[in-house]
Design a protein around this ligand. Structure first.
Ligand SMILES: NC(=O)c1ccc[n+]([C@@H]2O[C@H](COP(=O)([O-])OP(=O)(O)OC[C@H]3O[C@@H](n4cnc5c(N)ncnc54)[C@H](OP(=O)(O)O)[C@@H]3O)[C@@H](O)[C@H]2O)c1
Length: 286
């Protein structure tokens, strides 16, 4: 059996990881979620597949994560092969602001950074800390962080996208933390990877509510850039075309996760600590 733990497994990419992996009875899948209120589809899947274990936890609370590790350990005899750090949201409702829009809004600026750093960096370090002893006893010994093209400097430089500063910075920051953790654990045979999933057709990939447009406080162009409005979609695709002239929209989640699993499967000690796309390179973002 290969054991997997996936955070943020109720919806989108996390749910598809559970779906894809649990289709193979050689996998044992631990779906870590913060609440059952959004877990209907996951519960339905788990009702059919006995190799799915749903565990409610709180990735921001080490003491809760200790219980989670103990629960996983009971089923796996103290080991875990792969952990996928997937849980994330775009952050507070200031996500559409560009850096200069925060002038005079210091509290909002601090919150924009703190909420994203807490979710994407600090909480993920807590998850790794709580599960690393199990990973040490696993066969695969892989820790994977689901990052984003938003966390790549060159992607931002070329597209010229200016919003989501806290989210982008926290994804870039966690990429670096993953490199450091990879260096620290290399001697034990543990490998780390930051993985960009591409533009994926999930709630997050649909790019945010229209209501944001009515918020007077924000830069209207930046706000439009993160909504699902057709005109806005055209605008954002125009920005994405600067890095890939062929991208037309988000890809099905099934395709992205299948690609991601290939990259995870190929992860070697030599590649550990890298930030790769779902194609396994560092320039094909879509
Ligand atoms: N979709 C894309 O195009 C895209 C592009 C680049 C990167 N990504 C990354 O891919 C990952 C998955 O995104 P997605 O598109 O699948 O998003 P999604 O459909 O919005 O799902 C997000 C998942 O994360 C959970 N979550 C969010 N914040 C959490 C928190 N603070 N604590 C615990 N769980 C939390 C959600 O749980 P609830 O159901 O409880 O809310 C949900 O299960 C994220 O790391 C995202 O940054 C996605």
């Amino acid at each position: 059996m290969v054991s997997w733990a996936i955070t943020g497994a109720t919806r989108g990419i996390g749910l598809e990881y559970v779906n894809n992996l649990s289709a193979d009875s050689n996998n044992e899948v631990f779906a870590l979620i913060r609440s059952r209120t959004t877990a209907g589809a996951l519960e339905d899947l788990a009702a059919d597949r006995k190799n799915i274990h749903i565990i409610e936890t709180d990735i921001s609370r080490p003491e809760k994560l200790k219980e989670t590790a103990a629960e996983i350990s009971k089923s796996t005899n103290g080991s875990l092969d792969v952990v996928i750090l997937n849980a994330s949201s775009p952050g507070p409702d200031t996500f559409a602001l560009s850096p200069s829009d925060f002038r005079g809004k210091e509290e909002a600026l601090e919150n924009e950074f703190y909420e994203n750093v807490k979710a994407n960096i600090i909480s993920n370090i807590y998850v790794i800390d709580s599960l690393v002893d199990l990973i040490r006893k696993g066969h695969e010994k892989k820790i994977v962080f689901i990052s984003s093209q938003s966390g790549d400097i060159e992607f931002n430089r070329i597209t010229g996208l200016t919003a989501q500063i806290g989210y982008s910075v926290s994804k870039a920051g966690m990429n670096l933390v993953m490199t450091k953790i990879g260096a620290e654990l290399a001697q034990e045979g543990i490998k780390t990877l930051s993985l960009s999933p591409g533009w994926v057709n999930t709630d997050a990939g649909k790019l945010m509510p229209r209501e944001i447009l009515s918020m007077q406080m924000i830069d209207i162009e930046a706000a439009k850039a993160v909504t699902g409005d057709p005109d806005v979609r055209k605008w954002i695709i125009g920005a994405f075309h600067k890095v890939d002239p062929n991208v037309e929209g988000p890809r099905p989640v099934e395709e992205s996760v299948a690609d991601q699993l290939r990259v995870i499967g190929n992860l070697s000690a030599a590649e550990s600590g890298k930030f790769l796309t779902h194609h396994g390179n560092h320039d094909q973002w879509f």
